[in-house]
Design a protein. Structure first.
Length: 188
């Protein structure tokens, strides 16, 4: 009986979007496995890493007619109960008016202590279901380290660990980002 009651409270993306739309701007919600979850305010360290990464990604993206943006929700036709908001989304083509995209080229998540298991678990599974996605980045706050999940030509995924002296090579954007540069302005 408890399982039936719990399923009744779950939402689809179609139900979540009109529910979330009238919320105040200072409230940020994402849909994870049919449950609307409030997003905690990020730490200053988290925001600094996001700022460093978005600046470098946007420099590359603009050359390709693309945009690197914070706070866009990502949708997948294959999953109707998931609408996460990664830290950064690179998308090409016209921007939609509603704050969501279903055709990201790249997404990045900066790990926070409260979101690490979700970012490495269900969100990773979800992002791999988005057909347009070529690269999914996971960036650590606690150490100079990242992971680049990449879709191969055959459609499978590979993962590459990246450290301070490495560069994140992004063929889809025609350039690279030094991993150490993501931590500029932060004590290491």
């Amino acid at each position: 009986m408890a399982d039936a009651a719990r399923r009744d409270t779950r939402m689809t993306v179609a139900e979540f979007r009109p529910w979330a739309e009238p919320r105040p701007d200072e409230e940020r919600w994402e849909l994870i496995d049919g449950i609307a979850l409030p997003m905690s305010p990020p730490s200053a360290r988290h925001q600094r890493i996001v700022s460093n990464l978005i600046r470098r990604l946007d420099e590359l993206a603009e050359r390709r007619g693309c945009n690197a943006l914070p706070g866009l929700g990502v949708l997948s036709a294959a999953v109707d109960d998931f609408a996460p908001i990664p830290d950064i989304v690179v998308t090409c083509g016209p921007l939609g008016p509603d704050g969501y995209t279903s055709d990201p080229l790249l997404v990045a998540e900066v790990l926070s202590p409260s979101t690490t298991s979700l970012d490495r678990g269900r969100k990773t599974d979800f992002y791999r279901s988005v057909p347009s996605l070529r690269t999914f980045l996971i960036v650590s706050q606690d150490e100079v380290r990242g992971e680049a999940w990449r879709r191969t030509e055959a459609g499978s995924w590979t993962v590459e660990a990246l450290y301070r002296d490495d560069s994140l090579v992004l063929p889809e954007l025609g350039g690279a980002v030094p991993v150490g540069a993501l931590y500029t302005g932060l004590p290491l």
